[in-house]
Write a protein that binds this ligand. Structure first.
Ligand SMILES: [Zn+2]
Ligand SMILES: [Zn+2]
Length: 442
């Protein structure tokens, strides 16, 4: 039996259907005598290991669709394989190589090219399905199929139907080549759906993760720049106080807050616990400059942690570096009570420095009119709190004048200069004013 014989028989893929599933439906329909010969025909190989996530020889498979169907290998890659979800985090050159490998012989190097074999994120052992998707597709198309989304590590719910996925009998680890393409129709049981609860935060997180993966899978597989993704992560972490203003990570603070947000069991099921035996935790490594790419599910967790979706992260943040402006765009107000521009936005330039004492950034504001200089912590940005670094010449001459005016009490000076009596006295002495005040008798 040659490939030519099959032309016209391979069914068109359904939405989000794995290539593997298309072939399984085909084998079912044809009652193909031996899956082994199908494997040989289409893949010229008995190996099935990479068939589900990153199938290869797609040029050959694209040619086996009915002549009227305009499907090509690139469309199969974008719509029927896991590559789009991985590609988003890979360099463009590597995605090109992966496309080439999947069109041609592929095989072994594909996993190396994807590059996170060392991540230890396990693939779900059994193929999974959503009982409500099954009902729906059976009604709409009289077909059931294996979805890409449902097989992705970390996706354990169907976001469309808000229910848990169920495991089929298809074991990805122990498959025999005589039944290399078990179809969804023959491998799932009808089960009542286990619905998610809208009030359950863990359930809601699972839906967000699944939606984030679904969005990535729906994009064409295009690589990007891992450096701009890293840059985006760092700048969002900095805005949230997890790094110094120079982007140096507060590792313990991040691990603690992240660990409080995601359940330990869920992270364990993804081979991604935060506690490690002396090894650098994956979450910290993710933020290092490195050629090793980590599994998308880890990146998606960090995106979710930062309050973004994959869509908003890739469209609004990555590649659109925003300057770090914890105090807004300015100009800022002079807070010197005796400056003639007081409380008006006359400060156009400010400096951001990192305070190691407070473990956060500080802004230093200098009034060009009166020389008054103050600083604020980022956490004080929207408050009136400040610390004066230099009162400036205008304030000092006002102090001198008030000091020598016998009608002014210290209490009044405190109010007018917005400083306590000790500060006023200290500055008066520094300025060479007589101390104690030698006031002429009335
Ligand atoms: Zn569903
Ligand atoms: Zn001023």
């Amino acid at each position: 039996m040659g490939v030519e014989f099959m032309i016209g028989f391979i069914p068109n893929p359904r939405p989000d259907e794995l290539i593997f599933s298309v072939l399984a439906r085909y084998a079912d329909r044809l009652r193909f005598p031996s899956h082994r010969s199908l494997l040989r025909e289409l893949f010229a190989s008995n190996r099935v290991s990479t068939l589900i996530d990153f199938p290869c020889r797609l040029d050959r498979i694209a040619n086996a669709f009915p002549p009227g169907s305009s499907l090509n290998a690139d469309e199969l890659i974008d719509n029927q394989t896991m590559l789009p979800a991985h590609a988003a985090f890979l360099p463009a050159k590597r995605v090109d190589n992966l496309r080439d490998a999947m069109k041609r012989a592929g095989g072994h190097p594909i996993h190396l090219l994807v590059g996170h074999a060392s991540c230890r994120v396990p693939v779900p052992r059994y193929l999974r399905y959503c009982p409500l998707c099954v009902v729906q597709s059976d009604n709409d198309f009289a077909e059931v199929w294996w979805h890409r989304l449902h097989q992705f590590p970390g996706v354990i719910v169907c976001p469309e139907h808000a229910c848990f996925l169920e495991e089929s009998t298809v074991d990805r680890l122990h498959r025999d080549t005589s039944n290399a393409f078990p179809s969804a129709r023959t491998s799932i049981a009808t089960k009542p759906p286990r619905l998610l609860r809208p009030q359950n935060q863990f359930h809601q997180m699972l839906i967000r993760i699944a939606e984030n993966v679904a969005w990535l899978l729906a994009q064409p597989a295009a690589g990007g720049s891992s450096e701009s993704i890293r840059f985006a992560f760092i700048s969002l972490l900095r805005e949230r106080g997890f790094t110094t203003c120079n982007g140096r990570l507060y590792r313990d603070r991040l691990l603690e807050v992240f660990g409080a947000k995601y359940s330990r069991d869920y992270l364990m099921s993804l081979g991604s616990p935060l506690e490690t035996d002396g090894e650098v935790p994956w979450l910290v490594r993710l933020l290092h400059r490195s050629r090793r790419v980590q599994h998308p599910i880890r990146q998606i967790l960090l995106i979710d942690f930062l309050g973004y979706t994959t869509k908003s992260f890739f469209t609004d943040v990555v590649g659109q570096p925003k300057p770090y402006r914890p105090f807004g765009a300015g100009p800022w107000c002079c807070l010197n009570p005796v400056c003639n521009r007081r409380r008006t936005a006359c400060i156009k330039r400010m400096l951001i420095r990192h305070s190691f004492e407070h473990k956060q950034a500080i802004g230093i504001f200098f009034c060009p009119v009166c020389g008054f200089t103050y600083r604020k912590l980022v956490s004080e940005a929207s408050t009136d709190r400040k610390r004066v670094l230099d009162f400036g010449p205008v304030w000092r001459s006002a102090l001198k004048e008030l000091w020598s005016n016998p009608r002014r009490t210290i209490r009044e000076m405190e109010e007018m200069l917005e400083a306590d009596s000790l500060t006023i006295k200290r500055h008066a002495i520094k300025l060479g004013c007589p101390y104690p005040r030698t006031l002429p008798r009335r």
